[in-house]
Write a protein of this length. Structure first.
Length: 322
């Protein structure tokens, strides 16, 4: 009987705190047997590095520990990928969780259908507020024909909903889709690159992950200045547009999946440019609104605007270490 494909779970970490044990335990408890954990510490000062090694040593799983001396989650991810031996790559933040059969269901689906490159699944936002029980908000997904349009439209999924074939992860590594200098919206850029390169995404019903937010989870977006987040997203749009224009028909026409340059007038670069322009208009409006609130001393107005955004769009995009 042939051995199951090996799955590498790559987990970068910087001060994951009390959520680290939950994250690692959710990986260790996967029903899928042939799985290795590649844990990359990125300068933790809260003891996360020691705790990870203790948990890994007692896990009964193949556990590999590395230290990335250069700060930056994408540098840690790149190091983790270079150490990973798996046929499949599972990116995992150090403060989130996976349901026990998540990996097994996605591997089985991709093994059945070789036409797809990346699997994705449903997810639950679990909000922790100090002193209150956690609140779960489910996100039940469906097959998406145009993944790039979905991402450029701001419909975001957490990075651990995905499972990638190694060939897809290798191509994205060569393209530096985890851009070394990027600190925020890193997964937006990575999976937009995957869609732009023509990789095909498969929704797997039944698989599910937890995306933890609030008091117990590390939220980089919450401590990153608004202007920095805007600049990062604009840089991402510009980079995607440059890739689309530079490769257009020559690179995309021969790949599997959607050929955006052939199927849409003006090609994907026009789609990216339009999305970026719309995003810049929204950013300018938000900047003016926020500036006006600050100038008038209206802190409550800022909080009200943030609350309105959460009611309309859910929690702000948050990635551990991203």
């Amino acid at each position: 009987m042939a051995q199951e494909p090996l799955v590498s779970v790559v987990m970068p970490c910087l001060d994951a705190g009390r959520m680290l044990r939950r994250a690692l335990s959710s990986v260790i408890r996967q029903t899928y047997a042939n799985l290795e954990i590649v844990f990359v510490d990125n300068g933790s000062t809260d003891g996360s590095d020691r705790l990870a090694q203790e948990i890994g040593a007692a896990s009964g799983r193949e556990f590999r520990f590395a230290v990335c001396p250069e700060r930056g989650v994408n540098r840690a991810r790149a190091l983790g990928f270079s150490l990973a031996r798996g046929d499949y790559i599972q990116w995992m933040d150090a403060d989130d969780e996976m349901n026990p059969d998540k990996v097994a269901l996605q591997v089985a689906a991709l093994e059945r259908d070789r036409a797809f490159d990346i699997a994705f699944c449903d997810w639950v936002t679990r909000r922790y507020d100090a002193g209150d029980p956690p609140i779960d908000v489910p996100h039940n997904l469906a097959p998406v024909h145009d993944q790039l349009l979905r991402m450029l439209s701001g419909v975001w999924y957490p990075p651990h909903v995905y499972l990638l074939r190694r060939a897809a992860a290798q191509r994205l590594h060569e393209e530096k889709a985890w851009w070394p200098e990027r600190r925020i919206a890193t997964d937006v850029e990575y999976f937009a690159f995957a869609a732009l390169l023509g990789f095909r995404f498969l929704h797997v019903p039944g698989a599910q992950v937890l995306y933890n937010v609030g008091a117990h989870a590390r939220q980089i977006s919450a401590v990153t200045p608004y202007a920095v987040r805007v600049i990062s997203l604009r840089d991402i749009y510009a980079r995607l547009g440059a890739v689309a224009r530079g490769r257009s028909r020559a690179a995309l026409a021969g790949r599997r999946g959607c050929d955006y340059t052939r199927s849409r007038p003006g090609g994907i670069s026009r789609q990216i440019t339009a999305a970026a322009s719309a995003g810049e208009r929204r950013d300018r409006q938000a900047d003016l609104a926020q500036a006006g609130s600050v100038a008038s001393g209206g802190h409550s107005q800022i909080l009200a605007r943030q609350g309105l955004h959460r009611r309309r769009h859910g929690d702000p995009v948050r990635q551990s270490l991203q």
